[in-house]
Design a protein. Sequence first.
Length: 282
Amino acid sequence: MRLENVSGRSVWRRGGARSARTATALAGGVGVAALALAIATFPVHAQSLDRRVAAVRDGRAQLRFTSRPGVCGDGRGSIGTGGDVFFGSYTVDGAGRRPFCAPGPVRVVLTLHAGEVERVRTYVNGNDSLATDLGVVPAREAADWLLGLARRVPGSSGDETILAAVLADSATVWPALLPIARDHDLPNGTRESALFWLSRAAAAKVNGTTLLDPRHDQPDDDDVRGAAVFALSQQPKREAVPALTRIARTNRDPGVRGKALFWLGQIGGDEAVSLFEEILRR
């Protein structure tokens, strides 16, 4: 993941961001009220997901679950998490206006071959009328299942799977992200996504905020100290990691500590993961 600036607005984009896709197979956005009714009426136990997913065999399946407060989307690939922070495919017009973004449930679309998940795509709102609908899953159970799936899916799908788990309402994801971040046999994108969200979780713990708090994403040039932390992050790894670790442990300003943790997540490495774990287990 990397921080970019589009039309003067700070946004998050995943390193392996998907290209824009047509919405030919997507039905129009499903009303929030209708989905809320579905959540109340048709619960599905996540422990049965492996069996239900495997039964699809070939083709696409979709499931839904409640999102964290502040999460929104357009049903076609743009996902907002507060302020000007967006994931996935989106456009910003010449006036700097944000994409359309409505609150709603997370929707995960799985592509299967011979009962195995080969691709994962994450949305908020919308519907795939050609997919087998697996119903609505309790959010925490969905997150647990997705974090297990993240270790098995190929390529960039691990990134998408982790994002879906992070968006699940009330889910505590960092314990399952630690072994993912440390597993060098997994695709780079999967490990980088785990590192990113671990750094966010550690920064939230330091700052007393939530995982998706948009204040984590304020540009580093907002103040001199933030710019200095960024400058340290651009030094060779052997110099940057000890300096950032020292700031993350000892600086009196929680905001500065949070920025150091973010950049440690970008640099990566076992030292960063150990620091995140140390902070999160306090």
